[in-house]
Write a protein of this length. Structure first.
Length: 475
């Protein structure tokens, strides 16, 4: 009861009447897409009196539920839209429901009645669960901290327990060590007696997000998720000053990368295999999206080949909903824009699936506008990702315990206004090589660096105090 009371107080404190973000652009097609996505996403906000507490739809809509994979993807878009109480509540529920009786799984899907969704759960021995989920949620909770500055996502007891169990007991229970992924049993924790025709037996620990592959031993997305989980936990420990322990998990992360490159790349086909079967055969299906989502590709040539394949693919909207953010991140800006327009097009089948609208919001804010907060340094980086002339602006974006409005006046000029209560360091970045900058009329030297695609970037850093507006132009 004490925990529930504390959580309720936290949710009440987090709730505020922040105005919804408003996006405008000289690119009216993208502006229209964002406005549709914002309205559609907010349509999925749960009821104020629902037993589960604050939540938003993040599963198949008829279920009135939220699942671990979808929430891990939708959370940044939701935060932009002011759904902070919803995020905190849902992440608390996922973290708090990990248990030994479920072999250190949580509930894959929870409904508005505060129950594990019956579509995926019968009891602690019989349920549906995709094994990448723990590491997706672990990484998402870290990203939520970086975005919001709220240490609850990494420090609260339920989250610390979830982190520790996921990178230790969960891996042991499901035989997920780096050198076990091609040798693990088909169903390490199968109910007894086992019924192959019962999906709650067969998929109790499905080793991939790909649900259509039969006789699956390991999916490449699980390898990527394990890497991301280990490196995220290492980052969390580093932030807390536990550098020796952090180094242990960084080494574990590297082992998963080593196995990914040694075992899963096909020289013949110039692509990664996406699954390994219980008959000892590698195969190709969907799953490459998650190599990018978990940022597991460190070989630039292979990463480029993967991007080419993903770019050319036209698969389900769940996978495509990741594309606006991912293509902006990896330098395929025009393709990112194409997918924003495709996903918002009324003729696109199943565009109402919740991930789609939240993915567009994330794609515009983190992608096109290049908004990237880092609470560990109280820094907000921005960069306008377009080759087209014109402008784009967004207001009322909550991040870093404050609120901001950002106006990219051109590819060489941006203006930032801090409309909240806390100062932050603004790293204003611009594509191209520029030596000088004008910061609110004051001349400054611009610094230089390269982005992920080795493009030249010029930047200026300055503190933006509450109620201050800063205008920066490079030349």
């Amino acid at each position: 009861m004490k925990y529930k009371a504390s959580l309720l107080l936290l949710l009440l404190v987090c709730f505020n009447a922040v105005a919804q973000p408003a996006f405008t652009s000289s690119d009216k097609a993208v502006e229209k897409a964002f406005n549709w996505a914002k309205e559609q996403a907010l349509h999925y906000r749960g009821g104020a009196t629902d037993p589960v507490g604050p939540w938003y739809e993040s599963a198949l809509p008829p279920r009135s539920a939220f699942c671990m994979r979808d929430v891990s993807h939708q959370c940044i878009g939701a935060e932009v839209l002011g759904l902070s109480p919803e995020n905190i509540n849902m992440f608390n529920l996922f973290a708090g429901n990990i248990s030994q009786s479920k072999d250190w799984c949580s509930y894959w899907e929870i409904n508005k009645w505060n129950k594990p969704a019956p579509d995926d759960y019968r009891n602690d021995k019989e349920f549906w669960y995709n094994l990448p989920a723990n590491f997706d949620v672990l990484n998402a909770s870290w990203r939520m901290y970086l975005w919001t500055g709220n240490r609850h996502y990494i420090d609260a007891p339920a989250f610390v327990n979830f982190q520790q169990r996921s990178v230790n007991e969960y891996i042991n229970s499901w035989v997920l060590a780096a050198d076990s992924l091609l040798k693990r049993p088909a169903h390490p924790n199968a109910p007894v007696p086992y019924n192959e025709s019962d999906s709650f037996h067969r998929c109790r620990g499905l080793p991939s997000y790909s649900e259509g592959v039969q006789n699956l031993k390991t999916g490449v997305d699980l390898v990527a998720a394990l890497y991301r989980g280990m490196i995220t936990y290492s980052d969390i420990l580093t932030l807390k000053g536990k550098t020796k322990e952090a180094a242990v998990y960084a080494k574990k992360a590297q082992k998963y990368l080593d196995r990914l490159e040694a075992d899963w790349w096909s020289d013949k086909d110039n692509q990664y295999y996406t699954y390994y079967s219980n008959t000892g055969q590698f195969g190709k299906d969907e799953g490459e999206t998650f190599l990018l989502w978990f940022d597991a590709l460190k070989d630039n040539v292979r990463a480029g080949k993967t991007l080419d394949r993903v770019t050319a693919a036209r698969i389900n909207v769940e996978n495509m909903s990741y594309y606006p953010f991912l293509f902006y991140k990896f330098g395929r800006w025009e393709k990112a824009r194409d997918y924003i327009l495709l996903l918002s097009d009324p003729s696109t089948a199943r565009r109402e699936y919740p991930e789609v609208s939240y993915g567009i919001v994330e794609g515009v804010v983190q992608g096109l506008m290049g908004i990237s907060p880092d609470a560990s340094t109280q820094t907000l980086a921005t960069i306008y990702k377009t080759d087209a002339p014109g402008n784009a602006a967004i207001s009322n974006v909550p991040l870093l315990n404050t609120n901001i409005s950002l106006d990219h006046l051109s590819r060489q000029q941006s203006a930032m206004k801090n409309t909240g209560a806390h100062a932050f360091k603004w790293k204003a970045m611009f594509y191209g090589s520029f030596k000088h900058a004008n910061v609110n009329g004051k001349a400054m030297a611009a610094k230089a660096e390269k982005d992920l695609q080795n493009k030249a970037v010029s930047f200026v850093e300055t503190t933006v105090s509450p109620n201050q507006k800063v205008n920066i132009k490079v030349y």
